[in-house]
Design a protein around this ligand. Structure first.
Ligand code: HEC
Ligand code: HEC
Ligand code: HEC
Length: 428
């Protein structure tokens, strides 16, 4: 009772300000019930906060698989040990029920938590720092409106010396730049909206930036791609047309990829499929377009034409084993000519996510198969079966090599050891 009274008060205060503004704008006599207006404004604020929380993908980390939403407990493995993500439901004792909007904004903006301690950047505050006060307040209002869940936080299990938060002072000096997003007046409103989402709430840099030994990513290397620690997935560079750079994609192809999870160029899979599932599919068409405009315009680092086919590096025997395996196992979906049947079955010919330097993702797809996410725009995706129990290391290497060099693809060959390393790391 006490709690809901307080929430009502907080929301009331915010709504009062908004409601007041509405009143001033309203023409005609002021006879509409002011309590009703206040309610409208607070519902609007909560809805906005819910939308923004989705763009920030808070639920993905702050929810244990099959656990109550936002109640924490999920283990986040890092090279330094496991972090257990806290409860952010508005429970007074175990969640963030006692937090004020100021404290919440300070956390988002500076990475300093309520009790004043420094936070691990596994919470993407290095990106969220760009979020405006207004948007932070909306997310806060939304979180305060959800059902509180009583669930005690679990202590992190980090190895010495990483369990000492004071160490983060050094990390912050090197890698953390505090500050809200500053619009670039030379660019369109749409581009700026896209930049704000990609750099801020979208926290795309958290994965799409090479992560150094301390878990830091520097601004100069923004969006250059890298292996995601402990996950054995490669997050490709968004600034290279030879990886996930989108300079050559149409806006429609990009918005399809982000919202539906499938496109005529390729599909999302692995951790990116989860990002689309939990977060990006909920973007409005306007926000998806803004993001696409910004991503397409990101300066590309490789302006030289891509290298030509490396097929000549492959022995005729390997090429023949790869081709035979492909025809027998893959061609029914991806086509003998590699053009697939997009958007359901992605093309492999000319697909950047196959020819990029790191072959890790393609090897994993062949071993484990996968499903694009089920989304509002593509509710029943077609999947790909796993081949780990059908093909041995040589065959997987040969077929992966084949798809990387056939049809003029500019990838490099893969060997059986690379396949075996991943096979032993991955669950069946
Ligand atoms: C990539 C995973 C990840 C995402 C996404 C994420 N968080 Fe977190 N969050 C964490 C981790 C890990 C911590 C604990 C950090 C620490 O202990 O220093 C944390 C801590 C917090 C805390 C502090 C809680 C406390 O009791 O101290 C709040 C509040 C919070 N997150 C809110 C959010 C919100 C709001 C969003 C979405 C806009 C979000 N988080 C998205 C991983 C994440
Ligand atoms: C949890 C880590 C993670 C986050 C956060 C993340 N990505 Fe990704 N992304 C990946 C991985 C891994 C891949 C490679 C798999 C794939 O291609 O689908 C990828 C692939 C991509 C691709 C290439 C898809 C293709 O088929 O060529 C694009 C474009 C992309 N991401 C954009 C984004 C944007 C924009 C954001 C922020 C809104 C984002 N990513 C956030 C991990 C992530
Ligand atoms: C039953 C149909 C089917 C078969 C057979 C199949 N695939 Fe796929 N493949 C798919 C689908 C659907 C996806 C998208 C999966 C996703 O996004 O998680 C996919 C994705 C891929 C990708 C990632 C490309 C991208 O942009 O998403 C690669 C690489 C790939 N397949 C290679 C192969 C190889 C090599 C074989 C044979 C050994 C094969 N596939 C057999 C349906 C199939």
């Amino acid at each position: 009772m006490r709690k809901s009274a307080r929430i009502a008060l907080i929301l009331g205060a915010v709504a009062l300000a908004a409601g007041g503004a509405l009143y001033l704008l309203r023409p005609g006599p002021l006879h509409k019930d002011s309590a009703a207006l206040r309610l409208d404004a607070s519902t609007q604020l909560i809805n906005k906060g819910e939308y923004l929380a989705r763009l920030g993908d808070c639920i993905a980390c702050h929810t244990e698989p099959n656990g109550p939403a936002f109640a924490g407990g999920r283990a986040m493995p890092t090279p330094f040990g496991a972090l257990y993500v806290p409860n952010i439901t508005p429970d007074d004792e175990t969640g963030i029920g006692q937090w004020t909007a100021d404290e919440f904004y300070r956390m988002m903006h500076t990475g300093i938590t309520r009790d004043g301690s420094l936070m691990y950047p596994a919470m993407p505050y290095p990106s969220y720092t760009q979020v405006t006060r207004e948007d932070s307040d909306a997310i806060y209002a939304y979180l305060m409106s959800i059902t509180p869940v009583k669930r005690k936080n679990r202590e992190h299990e980090l190895r010495f010396p990483y369990n000492n938060r004071d160490l983060l002072i050094g990390w912050r000096t090197l890698y953390f730049k505090e500050g809200e997003y500053q619009p670039n007046p030379k660019q369109s409103a749409e581009w700026n909206r896209g930049a704000y989402l990609v750099k801020g709430l979208g926290h795309c840099a958290m994965c799409h930036t090479a992560v150094n030994a301390l878990g830091g990513s520097s601004e100069a290397k923004a969006f250059e791609g890298g292996m995601i620690p402990n996950q054995n997935w490669y997050a490709p560079s968004l600034t290279s047309n030879r990886e996930a750079g989108l300079g050559n994609w149409t806006i429609k192809e990009i918005t399809d990829l982000l919202q539906a999870g499938v496109s005529h160029r390729g599909t999302v899979y692995g951790p990116m499929a989860e990002v689309v599932f939990n977060s990006l599919q909920y973007m409005t068409d306007e926000d998806a377009k803004a993001m696409a405009v910004y991503l397409k315009a990101l300066p590309q680092k490789d302006s030289s034409p891509p290298p030509t086919s490396q097929a000549r590096l492959v022995s005729p025997e390997t090429m023949e084993l790869g081709r035979k395996t492909y025809v027998a196992q893959c061609a029914m979906c991806h086509g003998e000519d590699g053009r697939g049947h997009p958007p359901d079955y992605p093309p492999l010919a000319g697909n950047q996510s196959i020819t990029m330097e790191s072959p890790v993702n393609s090897i994993r797809m062949v071993l484990n198969g996968g499903y694009p996410p089920g989304t509002k725009k593509n509710p029943r995706p077609h999947g790909m079966p796993p081949f780990s129990h059908i093909l041995n290391d040589e065959e997987v290497a040969a077929v992966t090599t084949y798809i990387r060099v056939a049809w003029g693809n500019s990838g490099t060959p893969v060997n059986a050891k690379q396949v075996n390393d991943l096979r032993t790391l991955l669950p069946e």
